[in-house]
Design a protein around this ligand. Structure first.
Ligand code: KIV
Length: 535
């Protein structure tokens, strides 16, 4: 067995910052990636795939910063993806230098369709490159993961040869990607069983699975692979990722937790053995999921397993009746097990700063004095309109304030909108520019949100297209806070922004400014480092 990998549990390899960031529009800057990486470490993931170091200066900086600040002794393994080329591997090795436990994840396609049309290489060439590049990666780090891309559509005989050679060259983890999300669970089981039976040195490594969700089978495929002896799962928070995404970390972890008696025997344990099957602190799941959703601008569908808004809600009378009599009649896990805060009414407009600080601390937010004052002022403003503030409202407020911190750039000063059935919707906006000028302008629009959008665009003068606008209510009730998510497009890149307020037009204005600030920062980065636009 390689490294520290115990075969009696599942190693969680989180690729939110690499494959997850490949979701259209989910681009994250270095600070945002670092914030997610810190939270992933709190969640207890074993490996963080922090990026694809060679892809751009931004990716390189993210891997390096995460290696420095999250990958210290006692922290998770920090990994960078690298194609099987010297240049990629060198970039990965360089970015990973500060990590206490660095891993290079190198990959090359092995299916005939990829070899013929994409790589234009023969099988023998790929075989040689795979083992040469694994050995090259090994010259930098001890921990080398190898992925034969499109493994599930590769001729099994050829796959066995590639894997055997990669292991002989020094790979410590062998990852099997179902790159196009094509397999059914039964086929995945056969594939893994075939590899275990036909690759003679397979017991020297940890066997891993990477499942894409094109047919909605990613989680089922990963769990089946575990039944067949796989001991590392590659997954992302909220299942985000290329196309239809990846296996969702929260689904894999909670399936292993809730159905432990079912999975225990596959690990050689007694059915009722109590030890967890992963190292994940499940109470951190909800917080991690919200953070990733907010920073990527990728909303979670309400019926998403584990973390969707409806995942623990019971609508039908029969179900509600059962729940009231005995929770387990209709609930297989408790909301508290993923750290979902109860929607308790906690504070009101008369609550003081101390009560506010104490409740935030209980919710896991440690704010410095300056941030606390800002968040408290915002709380007072909202509490004036919305008499009772729940944990969910507090969270929305604090997250907004923390976002404003990260998003330096334009500041929204005032927003005023006139609308109705006999008037042309008109918005007047005042902003402070990054260099401190106060500007005001007004615009009409097809509706109040459009008018706000047009007025902000007139002020910031950065061309962009609004491609998505959505509102979610934080809690129920007529005075609920609404969270607005906006996605803007600029030259085929997507930038998102989110904000909450009791007035959704005001939330829309703040969300738009947040998205514009991301675009603004991107343009600044392009100006200082033009090569970063290449990827
Ligand atoms: O989908 C895929 O094949 C990948 C590999 C790099 C693991 O993302």
């Amino acid at each position: 067995m390689s490294m520290e990998s115990p075969a009696d549990r599942v190693i969680i390899f989180d690729t939110t910052l690499r494959d997850g960031e490949q979701s259209p529009g989910a681009t994250l800057n270095v600070e945002e990636k670092l914030a997610i990486a810190h939270q992933l470490a709190l969640l207890g993931v074993d490996v963080i795939e922090a990026g694809f170091a060679v892809a751009s200066p931004g990716d390189f900086a993210a891997v390096k910063t995460i290696a420095e600040q999250v990958g210290m002794v006692g922290g998770p393994i920090i990994c960078s993806l690298a194609r099987a080329t010297r240049q990629d591997i060198q970039a990965a090795a360089e970015a990973l230098k500060p990590a206490a436990r660095p891993r290079i994840h190198t990959m090359i396609s092995t299916s005939d369709i990829h070899l013929q049309y994409q790589l234009k290489k023969s099988r023998s060439e790929v075989l040689a490159i795979a083992s040469e590049m694994v050995a090259y990666a090994k010259s930098f780090v001890d921990d080398v993961e190898f992925s034969p891309m499109d493994a599930s559509r590769t001729d099994p005989e050829f796959l066995y040869q590639v894997l055997e050679q990669a292991i002989a060259a020094g790979a410590t983890t062998i990852n099997i990607p179902d790159t196009v999300g094509y397999c059914t669970p039964k086929e995945i089981g056969t594939l893994i069983a075939g590899i275990r039976a036909h690759v003679p040195n397979i017991d020297q490594v940890i066997l891993s699975i990477h499942t894409q969700n094109d047919l909605g089978l990613a989680t089922a495929n990963a769990l089946t692979a575990i039944e067949h002896g796989v001991r590392q799962v590659e997954c992302t928070i909220n299942g985000i990722g290329e196309r239809a995404g990846n296996a969702a970390l929260e689904e894999i972890v909670m399936a292993l937790q809730v159905r432990k008696p079912f999975f225990n025997p596959y690990f050689g344990r007694a059915v009722d053995a109590d030890a967890p099957l992963t190292n994940i602190k499940t109470q951190e799941i909800y917080k991690t999921s919200s953070l990733v959703s907010r920073l990527t601008g990728m909303l979670i569908q309400p019926n998403k397993a584990i973390v969707g808004a409806n995942a623990f809600a019971h609508e039908s009378g029969i179900h509600q009746d059962g729940i009231l009599k005995h929770r387990q009649t209709y609930e297989i896990m408790e909301a508290g097990s993923i750290g979902l805060p109860e929607n308790r009414i906690v504070l009101g407009k008369h609550s003081g700063r101390n009560a506010f600080r104490t409740r935030l601390k209980e919710l896991g937010f440690e704010l410095n004095e300056a941030d606390l004052i800002k968040a408290f002022n915002r709380f007072k403003e909202v509490a004036d309109k919305k008499k009772e503030m729940s944990d969910w409202d507090l969270e929305a407020i604090v997250r907004d304030e923390m976002q404003v911190q990260v998003e330096s750039g334009y500041q929204l000063e005032h927003v005023q909108v006139i609308c109705g059935d006999c008037t042309c919707p008109t918005a007047t906006i005042t902003i402070v520019t990054p260099d401190g000028k106060i500007l005001t302008d007004a615009s009409v629009g097809t509706g109040p949100v459009d008018a706000v959008y047009q007025a902000i665009n007139r002020l910031v003068q950065i061309p962009n297209q609004l491609i998505e606008f959505s509102v979610q209510s934080v809690t129920g009730g007529i005075d609920a806070l609404g969270t607005v998510t906006i996605r803007l497009e600029y030259q085929e890149r997507i930038f998102s922004g989110q904000a909450s307020d009791t007035d959704i037009v005001v939330a829309a204005a703040y969300a738009h400014i947040n998205a514009v600030n991301r675009l603004y920062r991107y343009l600044q980065q392009v100006q200082t480092s033009p090569s970063s636009v290449a990827h």
